[in-house]
Design a protein around this ligand. Structure first.
Ligand SMILES: *[C@@H]1O[C@H](CO)[C@@H](O)[C@H](O)[C@H]1NC(C)=O
Ligand SMILES: *[C@@H]1O[C@H](CO)[C@@H](O)[C@H](O)[C@H]1NC(C)=O
Ligand SMILES: *[C@@H]1O[C@H](CO)[C@@H](O)[C@H](O)[C@H]1NC(C)=O
Ligand SMILES: *[C@@H]1O[C@H](CO)[C@@H](O)[C@H](O)[C@H]1NC(C)=O
Ligand SMILES: *[C@@H]1O[C@H](CO)[C@@H](O)[C@H](O)[C@H]1NC(C)=O
Ligand SMILES: *[C@@H]1O[C@H](CO)[C@@H](O)[C@H](O)[C@H]1NC(C)=O
Ligand SMILES: *[C@@H]1O[C@H](CO)[C@@H](O)[C@H](O)[C@H]1NC(C)=O
Ligand SMILES: *[C@@H]1O[C@H](CO)[C@@H](O)[C@H](O)[C@H]1NC(C)=O
Ligand SMILES: *[C@@H]1O[C@H](CO)[C@@H](O)[C@H](O)[C@H]1NC(C)=O
Ligand SMILES: *[C@@H]1O[C@H](CO)[C@@H](O)[C@H](O)[C@H]1NC(C)=O
Length: 502
């Protein structure tokens, strides 16, 4: 506790001095990580590319969602589609080993299935080539929340098993076209969060829910069944894609393929036995939902008992297909929360089935994250102990700040420094974690709250040129990547001048 207070004091003083001596705060450097450990940054196609209706791209469920809410949308975003060379140069100058990004399905295959869009193909080939030319390893996510709207309209997207073949065919194009260069494939971004947000509470695309469970009035959906069906189909689509890769490409291309899991960490709200049991149940619902099938071939018993017939079951063949289908696990971690036992007898949607209330720690909200690095250690240790210590890449971790507050984002530096230290602790204690990707390289079109962004680079969305400006965190991460902290005891990270009061 005292250490935390000390850190806060040190950081508070940066705000005024405009300088921070990283080595005074963090006594480690990247050289303390094992040889080959990868440090990168990340973004997704629909949050960075823009060019939403250019060169043959069709709308995705993400576009529809963004437009339905009024306010800002991602049609232009960072205009990465046109500015990719400039951005790769910034990544190179920062010293990134790798970049995690996604391929937009409706840009590559605008009808969802069928013909490939040559202009979409050319864009990704050029972008990947540009990364490689600068020595930056591409880590590609195939699905990052942007289903072609035509497939949602045609058969309901992820709630229909037709998605399995369509997704596998899309992935086949990517392996064939990019697989000689791309060695790290992630099939689906945070399936558990997509299923919960998109099909139970309706807070994310495609906004399916049913009363009384939705946060919004959804025009379609069934919160009792669809979250389970959608997640099930995501696992089957992942497994089908992984089998295709292993059968047709892996030997030739020497790559690996994994899937991500949104990795909440949870602790009991009180020391009561009920809260402890509820916390384990929440771990099974939040993490086990994805991880049990991947590592054991079936859902956790507690989920099967509570959700009963509403939880789809795997045939023996599907179970074999899903089990051990991932070469690595991509972990997405931002938050730790309490779980309080909820005695409601209403078992009708995914969250009420969990029977645990998610209670924020302190004053944290979805966009105001406390620095709780032990939560990341907790989830990594849990994966190590309960799922056979698989190779893990942390594919997202970062802290949002108000987009227009300040370039001197010391709060982000504090968060990243503490969480990377947590990764080091976990690795030293035997976790097979092999990489860390900060979210996000630059400010993006964010969907939870567009006023809160995660970038190392500030993007001025009011400027027609969408100028990128490094924040203090960009200088800090760059110095960290260069391994200069330990050698230079007084390493100074010159902060950018702020443009508004914090
Ligand atoms: C940093 O300091 C802490 C507390 O003194 C210590 O536990 C940790 O091992 C140190 N880390 C490194 C990389 O030296
Ligand atoms: C949903 O619709 C009901 C009835 O029309 C209305 O009372 C309620 O305020 C709406 N809720 C939201 C979140 O829009
Ligand atoms: C959801 O699906 C279940 C199972 O098919 C059904 O019993 C229930 O009535 C449906 N709920 C809604 C709101 O449509
Ligand atoms: C794949 O790896 C093997 C052995 O490590 C090597 O012989 C082969 O050339 C590699 N193939 C490609 C396409 O990189
Ligand atoms: C929460 O916010 C209140 C009001 O700003 C503050 O007094 C309190 O110390 C905060 N608590 C924590 C744990 O940060
Ligand atoms: C370190 O690993 C050991 C063996 O897996 C485990 O018992 C211990 O709890 C771990 N320590 C921490 C701090 O997670
Ligand atoms: C974002 O900021 C603008 C301008 O201050 C404000 O109008 C809008 O309500 C904010 N959005 C959210 C989601 O709070
Ligand atoms: C953003 O760009 C607009 C338009 O060019 C300009 O007026 C404004 O000062 C810029 N804001 C910042 C913070 O640079
Ligand atoms: C990395 O650090 C060395 C000094 O240790 C310095 O000479 C070099 O310019 C740095 N490189 C970058 C990209 O910051
Ligand atoms: C580090 O900073 C301290 C105080 O600011 C100064 O006395 C010392 O000479 C510096 N050391 C180096 C190696 O620059």
């Amino acid at each position: 506790m005292e250490q935390i207070l000390l850190l806060i004091t040190i950081f508070a003083s940066f705000v005024f001095s405009g300088r921070c001596s990283v080595s005074d705060v963090y006594n480690y450097s990247r050289n303390d990580f094992p040889e080959g450990f990868v440090f990168g940054s990340a973004f997704s196609a629909s949050q960075w590319e823009g060019a939403a209706d250019e060169d043959g791209r069709t709308p995705s469920i993400w576009d529809t969602f963004a437009h339905s809410r009024g306010g800002p949308n991602g049609d232009i975003a960072c205009d990465g589609y046109h500015k990719y060379k400039e951005d790769v140069k910034l990544m190179y100058d920062m010293g990134l080993d790798a970049l995690r990004f996604s391929i937009s399905w409706p840009r590559l295959i605008p009808s969802g299935r069928g013909p490939v869009n040559p202009k979409g193909l050319r864009f990704y080939k050029s972008f990947i080539h540009e990364l490689k030319r600068h020595g930056i390893e591409p880590h590609v996510t195939l699905y990052h929340n942007d289903l072609p709207q035509v497939l949602e309209d045609e058969y309901g997207g992820w709630i229909d098993r037709k998605i399995i073949d369509d997704f596998t065919a899309f992935a086949d194009v990517c392996f064939k076209e990019f697989g000689n260069v791309v060695k790290f494939w992630t099939t689906i971004n945070e399936p558990n969060m997509l299923a919960m947000a998109g099909y139970d509470i309706g807070s994310g695309p495609p906004v399916h829910c049913s009363p009384p469970f939705g946060l919004f009035n959804c025009s379609r959906g069934n919160s009792s069944t669809e979250p389970y069906i959608a997640l099930h189909n995501m696992l089957l689509a992942h497994a089908s894609t992984a089998r295709l890769y292993k059968t047709n490409y892996k030997d030739k291309q020497n790559g690996s393929i994994g899937i991500t899991c949104f990795g909440f960490w949870v602790i009991p709200f009180t020391s009561s036995e009920e809260d402890k049991i509820a916390t384990q149940r929440a771990k099974d619902f939040l993490l086990g939902w994805v991880l049990h099938p991947l590592f054991f071939g079936d859902y956790p018993d507690v989920m099967k008992r509570i959700a009963g017939q509403r939880l789809p079951s795997f045939t023996e063949e599907e179970s074999h297909l899903v089990k051990d289908s991932a070469d690595f696990l991509g972990l997405i971690h931002y938050r730790t929360t309490y779980i309080e036992h909820s005695s409601s007898s209403l078992h009708e949607d995914y969250l009420s089935d969990m029977s645990g209330l998610i209670i924020p720690i302190g004053n944290s909200t979805a966009v105001k994250l406390h620095v709780l690095p032990w939560g990341l250690e907790g989830v990594l240790e849990y994966i190590k102990q309960n799922y056979g210590n698989p190779p893990v890449y942390i594919l997202e971790n970062g802290r949002p700040t108000n987009h227009d507050s300040s370039l001197n984002d010391v709060g982000r530096v504090e968060y990243l420094g503490a969480y990377i230290a947590a990764v080091l602790n976990s690795v030293r204690n035997g976790s097979e974690t092999r990489g860390y990707f900060q979210w996000s390289f630059m400010d993006l079109f964010e969907v939870i709250d567009t006023n809160y962004t995660y970038g190392l680079y500030y993007v001025n969305f009011s400027d027609p040129q969408l100028k990128r400006t490094p924040k203090t965190s960009a200088f800090w991460y760059s110095a960290f990547l260069n391994g200069t902290q330990q050698e230079s005891k007084n390493l100074s990270v010159s902060s950018s001048p702020g443009f508004a009061s914090q």
